[in-house]
Every structure is written in structure tokens, then in C-alpha cells.
Write a protein that binds this ligand. Structure first.
Ligand code: NAD
Length: 349
């Protein structure tokens, strides 16, 4: 089954990765460089065997936060092997490397996602140099083709399944109140949230349930696509600060902060956030998200990620230092209280 968004071709289906050779040919290419992390090099080799003579080899050094030094090596390698497109198999880190190569070389990209991060659906690229992560938006980095194969996420470990899904849901949750939202982005956000809320419990009950896994991938696409369309606010800024300054893991930090950021903003825009409460069968969107996370066994407390209680003052200062748009006014006291609840793992209050 397929879906088109802008200039992207998006295909879903069990075993759809086996169409990769057709997609490479459809792009008019014949020498695909396959990208993965070291951890997923065997998946990259599987894709190489599916590509037969159309593979220009495998580059298995994709790294978290897309360091420019790794992109330099990958671009050099792509030139040496005469690659005319890239095929990225993996999560947001591998997709990020493919986008960084495309930004420099204009090579077309095929992405075969194995997490719910959703980067494949956005024209956004985050790259790290000298410890600083910078983000740019350019249509050039939007992958041409996505092959969403539910068979590839059946092996996603339970904790990663939950954190990655909540990370994706955070894009859709903030899209509901985005300043530049429109009817289409709101519909997409609701579809993404609904897909995860319906399918995640089924996936956790039976990780091999291909139909439920496919629904989560549809959620990942919708949540990613909406992230590419509208601006984010408090939740994403807080996670960016915590991840960048205190080196906290990306998806887990999103999972923990989400109910608290939504609860904070629901004081001002409860009407816009009501679809979350409705989907989860309650009244308070933040509290319902927290209960949903708890039931799924998601991480709930920042202290469990290694953040120290004494770090909260610095985190509050950083999160309120540079003003940005948010539906509710950000005060140091409000952010400190939010962070304290998230640090302890308390229900949002
Ligand atoms: P990731 O890609 O870093 O993957 C984490 C680890 O899990 C890696 O070792 C990977 O090989 C492994 N892995 C991936 N899929 C697996 C599977 N099915 N089974 C077992 N192991 C698997 O993590 P992520 O959460 O997918 O991506 C996070 C990155 O993506 C962050 O850097 C984030 O900033 C970026 N991101 C970018 C955008 C964007 O639009 N630019 C959007 C979302 C996320």
C-alpha cells in the first residue's frame, strides 16, 4: 500500500524491503551505497544481497547525532565507490547520515526505517560538530523513497519500542497546538497519535504482530511528517536542552518529559489537546499520557537517566534563558516544578 507526500514515495507492507532493487532502478540508479550503524551491519548486508549487482557496498559507521566527521568519511567513501544513491537501513541516526550525505552530494535516498523516530519523513537535518548540534531544514535532505517494512521492527526491543513510540508521539502532541498549525497538520497529528495509542499495547502483547507493527509504522510516518510541517515548542526545547547539556538519551528523555510538557501547556490550550485525552479515554491529556506511559513500562523519571537533582537549577536556567514561542508563558518557577515532577517520576500535577 502506498501514500504520497510532497515529493516522497512512501510504501508500507510486510516484506516491502525486498522491493529495494526496483526502487533503486526507479530512481535511475545502479550503484547504491548502503548505510547502517555498526550494530545493524548484518541488516545492511541483507539489503546488499537484495540489491545484487546494484550495490556499491556498505558503510556501517552511522553514529548518534550525525557527527560531521563521520559524514566526511562517508562522502569520501561514496565518491570512491561511485555511488549514485544511498539506502539507509536503521533508526534516526542512520537516516541522519543519509540526509547529511544528500545535503552535500544531492544523491537520492531510500530509507528503510527500523525505529519510530520519523526522521525519514522530514526535511530536517541535525548534525554535530565540536560537540554542538545544529539543525537545518532543506528540501534536498527529504528522502525520495521510504520502505516501511513491519518485519524489520518485530525485533525492536520492548524498551526501545516504547521510548521510540513516545518520542514520535511527542511530535504529534506538540503539533496540536503549534503556532503555524493548519487543518491538515492537525489531522495528521491526530492520525499519528491514534495509530500508536491503538497499536502499541497490541505490539507489546505480541511483538511479532505484523498488522499492529505496520500500524505503528504508519504512526511513525504521520508523526514524522507533521514534525516536518509545523514548529515545536516547550517539549522539544526542554528535551534538546536536557539531551545536549546533560547528555541524556534522546528517545527516553522525550518519553519522560512528554506527559509533563503537555500537562503544563494544557492549562492554556486544553481544547487543542483534548484529542489526546479523548483517544486515551480521560479528561487530562498530560495525566492520561503519564498513565499510558506507566502501563507500557516506559521510563518515568529523569533521575533514572542519571540526571542529578542539583542539575535542575541549571536545566531551568537554560530552558528559560532564550525565549521561544510556547502556548503558555514560561516562568522559571513553572519549569522548575515541571522538571522536579519529571525527575522524581511523579504524575504531572
Ligand atoms: P538510533 O538510530 O540512534 O538507534 C539507536 C540504536 O538502536 C542504534 O544502535 C541502532 O542501530 C539500534 N537499532 C535501530 N533499530 C533497531 C532494531 N529494529 N532492533 C534493534 N536495534 C535497533 O535511534 P533513533 O531513536 O531511531 O534516532 C535518534 C536520532 O534521530 C537522534 O539523533 C534524533 O535527533 C534523530 N531524529 C531526527 C529527526 C529529524 O527530522 N531530523 C527526527 C527524529 C529523530
Amino acid at each position: 500500500m502506498s501514500k504520497s507526500s510532497n515529493d516522497q514515495k512512501v510504501l508500507f507492507g510486510a516484506g516491502i524491503r525486498r522491493q529495494v532493487l526496483n526502487e533503486v532502478k526507479s530512481l535511475g540508479c545502479s550503484r547504491a551505497l548502503i548505510l547502517s550503524t555498526p550494530h545493524q551491519s548484518s541488516s545492511a548486508l541483507d539489503i546488499a544481497s537484495l540489491l545484487n549487482g546494484a550495490s556499491a557496498g556498505v558503510f556501517s559507521r552511522a553514529t548518534m547525532h550525525t557527527p560531521v566527521s563521520v559524514t566526511d568519511e562517508a562522502v569520501k567513501h561514496a565518491n570512491e565507490v561511485n555511488a549514485d544513491c544511498v539506502v539507509a537501513i536503521g533508526g534516526g541516526s542512520t537516516t541522519g547520515l543519509g540526509k547529511a550525505i544528500a545535503y552535500r552530494t544531492d544523491l537520492p535516498q531510500i530509507v528503510i526505517p527500523t525505529t519510530y523516530a520519523g526522521s525519514e519523513a522530514t526535511p530536517i537535518l541535525g548534525q554535530t560538530q565540536d560537540g554542538v548540534k545544529k539543525t537545518l531544514t532543506d528540501k534536498k535532505v527529504l528522502p525520495e523513497v521510504i520502505l516501511y517494512d513491519p518485519e524489520l521492527v518485530t525485533g525492536l526491543p520492548r524498551d526501545m519500542t516504547v521510548s521510540s513510540a513516545l518520542n514520535a508521539m511527542a511530535h504529534a502532541a506538540e503539533a496540536l497546538y503549534a503556532k503555524d498549525r493548519n487543518a491538515h497538520s492537525t489531522k495528521l497529528a491526530q492520525e499519528g497519535l491514534a495509530a500508536f495509542i491503538h497499536a502499541l499495547p497490541r505490539v507489546l502483547e505480541d511483538p511479532e504482530d505484523l498488522s499492529a507493527r505496520e500500524e505503528t509504522l504508519r504512526g511513525a510516518w504521520a508523526c514524522g511528517a507533521v514534525l516536518g510541517q509545523v514548529g515545536m515548542a516547550l517539549h522539544h526545547k526542554l528535551c534538546h536542552t536536557l539531551g545536549g547539556t546533560f547528555d541524556l538519551p534522546h528517545a527516553e528523555t522525550h518519553a519522560i518529559i512528554l506527559p509533563h510538557a503537555i500537562h503544563f501547556n494544557a492549562r492554556t490550550v486544553a481544547d487543542l489537546l483534548s484529542p489526546i485525552a479523548d483517544l486515551l479515554g480521560g479528561k487530562s491529556p498530560g495525566l492520561e499520557l503519564w498513565k499510558f506511559s506507566k502501563k507500557l513500562g516506559a521510563p518515568l523519571a529523569l533521575r533514572d537517566l542519571g540526571l542529578r537533582l542539583e542539575d535542575l537549577d541549571h536545566a531551568t536556567e537554560l530552558a528559560t534563558k532564550n525565549p521561544y514561542w510556547n502556548p503558555r508563558e514560561l516562568t522559571p518557577a513553572g519549569i522548575r516544578s515541571l522538571l522536579e515532577d519529571a525527575w522524581h517520576g511523579n504524575a504531572p500535577d
